[in-house]
Design a protein around this ligand. Structure first.
Ligand code: PGA
Length: 250
């Protein structure tokens, strides 16, 4: 069964609301009528309202870059899935490697966020990926299986229906080094097999796995040609309307 590709922009800590409006003004005409793939833009929290307003009625969904697992509470600086949904946000990145590296995200908190997103009805984009030392030590498969099994813990296949996974080798993020399409496809197969063990083969065959890590207009087509690769999570190259549109239309 063919899986509709999902092309997602992760803006990280870039752009103000004004810059967000400018982006959409230029980006929308470039991708209007594009139906082959799903398009999601994940700006910083402060830009969500501007992005939603600008994307209204278009073929572009808006996602957040993180979410807390509680609905409300004394958690200074956090945002819940319920709050995001109330704005009209439909997607949420969970467990990005920058959260894991710099903000104390663990496999356990990734699991909590994932459960909360699914429970609330958001489509989570759950990131996994090995660091360079792990790849060089031949540990990539073990790391991916461990991250997946812990992220997926205590989630039923029924609850997981919307789950999207992003394979993001940490050594390829923001470095200009892309995994070769074949290398990425191998990692995706490992993730799919783990999802199969946890949620069942049928689920795994339908689950979308995105590739992320220095995706650019120049390498998008070769990556997307891999049957295992169901879309992209794009950082740096998603900040500029022309370059993100070129990736969407690979
Ligand atoms: P990059 O980032 O495209 O700038 O490598 C990808 C990501 O971190 O999601």
């Amino acid at each position: 069964m063919p899986r509709t590709k999902l092309i997602a922009a992760n803006w990280k800590m870039y752009k103000t609301p004004d810059q967000t409006r400018d982006f959409f003004r230029d980006f929308l005409p470039l991708v209007s009528g594009h139906e082959r793939d799903e398009i999601v833009v994940c700006p910083p929290y402060v830009d969500l309202a501007a992005a939603l307003e600008a994307a209204r009625g278009s073929n572009i969904a808006v996602g957040a870059q993180n979410l807390h697992w509680k609905e409300v509470g004394a958690f200074t600086g956090e945002i819940s899935a319920a709050m995001l949904l109330s704005l009209g946000v439909t997607h949420g990145i969970v467990g990005h490697s920058e959260r894991r590296q710099y903000f104390g995200e663990t496999d356990d908190t990734v699991n909590l966020r994932l459960k909360a997103a699914l429970e609330a009805g958001l489509t989570p984009i759950c990131c996994v990926g090995e660091v360079l030392e792990e790849r060089e030590a031949g540990l990539t498969d073990d790391v991916l299986r461990r991250q997946c099994v812990r992220a997926f813990r205590a989630i039923s296949a029924k609850k997981a229906a919307r789950l999207v996974v992003a394979y993001e080798p940490v050594w390829a993020i923001g470095t200009g080094k892309t995994a070769t399409p074949e290398l990425a496809a191998e990692a995706h197969a490992v993730i799919r097999s783990e999802a199969g063990e946890v949620f069942g083969e049928e689920f795994a065959a339908r689950m979308r796995i995105l590739y992320g890590g220095s995706v650019k207009p120049e390498n998008a087509a070769a990556l997307m040609a891999q049957e295992e690769i169901d879309g992209a999570l794009v950082g740096g190259a998603s900040l500029e309307p022309k370059s993100f549109a070129a990736i969407v239309k690979y």
